[in-house]
Design a protein around this ligand. Structure first.
Ligand code: FMN
Length: 163
């Protein structure tokens, strides 16, 4: 494999074709909650129900997921791009982004946004730490559906996260 050369431009173009949603990942540790916008999310198993999410190694939430062993995924409605923008911008303190978004704690103690379509809470069952993101595998333990409507998709936002 020593002669293999990666075409970086082709790699970028092709990886950006992978369709993504836009979610707010919620985390909690002790009395503290935090949330961030995540698009590298997919389902990984029917039974048990698993989700897979890649999280930046240097983010606040990465350590909180590792230490607490849980995370949730809030599913945004198609018209909630503004809310997604709040959750990737710098914040005053850990959890400060929730000042703009009311939430309640779900059965696993994770922040479920009142205005999202709903959320699933997961316990951490596996992870791969290799590269600049950690790939977390979570088993879905609770699901809260507030309303059923089309979800926000990354392609509709004009933002890029990938390549
Ligand atoms: C469109 C978009 C998608 C994103 N998707 C992810 C993602 O899947 N995983 C991730 O770790 N960060 C993702 N980010 C970046 C995080 O939202 C950002 O690093 C955030 O500040 C992390 O918050 P924290 O440090 O409080 O945990 C995305 C950003 C944007 C703009």
């Amino acid at each position: 494999m020593t002669d293999v050369v990666l075409d970086a431009a082709a790699k970028k173009t092709l990886l950006r074709k992978i369709p993504h949603g836009v979610f707010i990942c919620g985390v909690a540790e002790g009395e503290e909650v935090n949330g961030f916008t995540a698009s590298w999310v997919t389902q990984g198993s029917f039974e048990p129900p698993l989700v897979v999410m890649a999280v930046r190694s240097d983010s606040t939430s990465n350590g909180m997921i590792q230490r607490s062993g849980r995370f949730c995924l809030n599913v945004l409605a198609a018209d909630q791009k503004d809310l997604a923008a709040v959750f990737f911008k710098p914040q005053k303190g850990v959890g400060g982004r929730f000042d703009a978004a009311p939430f309640s704690l779900g059965p696993l103690g994770l922040p479920v946004l009142d205005d999202a379509l709903g959320a699933v809470e997961c316990t951490l069952v596996g992870q791969v730490a290799h590269g600049d993101h950690t790939v977390f595998v979570g088993e879905v333990k609770t699901a809260t559906l507030h309303r059923d409507a089309p979800a926000l998709e990354l392609s509709a936002t004009g933002w890029q996260y990938g390549g």
